[in-house]
Design a protein around this ligand. Structure first.
Ligand code: DON
Length: 310
């Protein structure tokens, strides 16, 4: 059966990957710096593929909501880029940082302009700007995720948000530091509340794969309207490829060969432009904050299907 044939289904390849992952021993460890995430079972595994027409395939825990965390940063980037286009790039860069996602070190010698929109500092700038444009960054993000996925139940998890706030000294430091350079427009406590609630949003692999299909449709939303220009959709995918898995982006590009955005909840969204969007979830992380089984599953997917950007 040809992969582009009308009767093609992703189901067999997902079943095969799930069976392989089931047998794999090492699964990493759930994030423990956010106590509310520490109790997750690293043997959980789910994977979904959404096609541009809204067809979804899934395996394992693909309907189980999990903490989206930094995956939300791909969506806030798109929503902010849609509102201010290239002006955004005066406030945040688009180069890989080569540093951990919560690092402070580059910010001082780069004058409070974060390297990219996916490290925490850059994501704080993006959410700050989205909040200034809309008056409700999290509400805008939720509206978008619910509309694209068709799931009105997607919602922040207030206990996780509170847990992050209680252990959020580093994010607070990043936000205050950038504010000292004039790169944050809202009061820092307002921004932090938005950011922690954004990160705490719970959604399933099916939800997030569907919500990300606008990136496979070159910027077109599920209802046919355009969120991003074709060029902007390319830009978001490019930044996901180069920065979406932080200081592991080189290894992720080498193994998976797709734009991807990970979160410390153990999820990863990846895009095959023009073809499909994937989301995989397994809570055990490697030392750089990416899901061990998630990266392995995406690696197998691109190897078995030949679907990669390379
Ligand atoms: O701000 C934090 O540290 C978390 N809310 C999000 C970090 C995250 O997901 C990084 N991704 N791998």
């Amino acid at each position: 059966m040809g992969i582009m044939g009308s009767s093609f289904t992703f189901q067999p390849v997902l079943e095969r990957i799930a069976a392989e992952i089931e047998k794999s021993p090492g699964r990493g460890r759930p994030a423990d710096y956010i106590p509310a995430l520490a109790a997750r079972d690293p043997r959980r595994f789910g994977m979904a593929v959404a096609e541009p027409d809204g067809t979804v395939y899934g395996v394992g825990d693909w309907r189980q909501p999990f903490s989206a965390q930094s995956i939300t940063k791909a969506f806030t980037l798109a929503l902010t880029l849609a509102r201010e286009a290239d002006q955004l790039w005066e406030h945040v860069g688009r180069e890989p940082s080569g540093n951990p996602f919560n690092s402070l070190v580059q910010l001082e010698y780069e004058n409070g302009i974060p390297r990219n929109p996916f490290i925490n500092a850059g994501a704080l700038v993006v959410t700050d700007r989205l909040h200034s444009h809309t008056g409700d960054a999290v509400g805008t993000l939720l509206d978008f995720l619910r509309a694209e996925s068709g799931n009105p139940g997607i919602t922040p998890h207030e206990d996780v948000a509170a847990s992050e706030a209680a252990h959020g000294d580093r994010n607070a430091a990043l936000a205050h530091f950038m504010a000292s350079y004039g790169n944050i427009g809202n009061p820092v406590p307002v921004l932090l509340e938005q950011y922690f609630r954004q990160c705490s949003i719970e959604a399933s692999c099916a939800d997030l794969a569907l919500a990300g299909t606008f990136l496979a449709r070159h910027g077109i939303r599920a209802d046919g309207s355009r969120l991003l220009t074709r060029s902007q959709a390319k830009q978001v995918n490019a930044v996901m490829l180069t920065c979406g898995t932080y200081d592991a982006a080189g290894e992720f590009a080498y193994r998976v060969g797709l734009p991807g955005k990970s979160g410390v909840g153990g999820g990863i969204v990846a895009v095959v432009p023009g073809r499909c969007t994937l989301c995989v979830w397994s809570p055990g992380l490697d030392e750089r904050g990416n899901s061990v089984a998630g990266v392995a599953a995406l690696d197998r997917f691109t190897t078995l299907t030949g679907l990669s950007v390379f």
